[in-house]
Unconditional design. Structure first.
Length: 203
């Protein structure tokens, strides 16, 4: 419970009234995830067994990554698409039986729209971009909470490496690897920018 209280203290003030942090009770859950539990309420769920195997700095940056997803409004949602797809498919089969052309077209249209929406939501390039954007948010939040920029990058990088080593699923491991590669590039750009901004000494 003390760790959950500590994490709640790492929420930006503007999120503290509507974002909660809890230990998950699910079977074989992800390390950390978020879900909507009401119209204006989000819950961050953490697998405390896996969580406590990480160093504090690693936990902080992974937590801020999740906060970044909330700020970017990219947390997964149970939308209407799956229900619409099921209704559309059921309707299409039914209309084939009764041979009503107009209703068949409507049912197939519903299938098409819902299928396209599901593809958009699960498109790997889109998901990868959302995760990388959330990492950038995490770095910004870390500096807001007192981290130096190099330490923020280092902590998130080590957290991602730990997840790569501990992820048995190839798809999940690949996502972590993509995030780590993007983080390295971002860190290199930030380092170059910092050098440019340093004042030139006069001799």
């Amino acid at each position: 419970m003390s760790e959950l209280r500590r994490l709640r203290g790492l929420l930006p003030p503007e999120l503290q009234s509507w974002v909660s942090v809890e230990a998950t009770t699910a079977v074989n859950p992800p390390l950390i995830t978020s879900e909507e539990i009401g119209k204006d309420e989000v819950e961050v769920l953490i697998d405390m067994v896996k969580w406590e195997q990480l160093a504090t700095d690693q936990r902080n940056l992974l937590f801020w990554h999740e906060v970044g997803r909330i700020q970017n409004d990219t947390i997964p949602r149970d939308g209407w698409e799956m229900a619409a797809l099921a209704i559309g498919l059921g309707g299409a089969v039914g209309e084939l039986w009764v041979q009503d052309g107009l209703l068949l077209v409507l049912a197939l249209s519903l299938c098409g729209v819902s299928g396209w929406r599901l593809w958009q939501k699960n498109n790997s390039d889109k998901v990868a971009k959302e995760l990388i954007d959330a990492d950038e948010r995490a770095i910004a939040l870390a500096t807001r909470f007192g981290y130096s920029l190099p330490n923020a990058y280092k902590s998130l990088g080590s957290a991602l490496k730990a997840q790569i080593e501990q992820s048995p699923k190839k798809k999940l491991r690949s996502r972590y690897e993509s995030r780590l590669e993007a983080l390295k590039k971002s860190a290199a750009r930030a380092k170059s920018k910092m050098k440019e901004q340093q004042p030139v000494e006069e001799y």
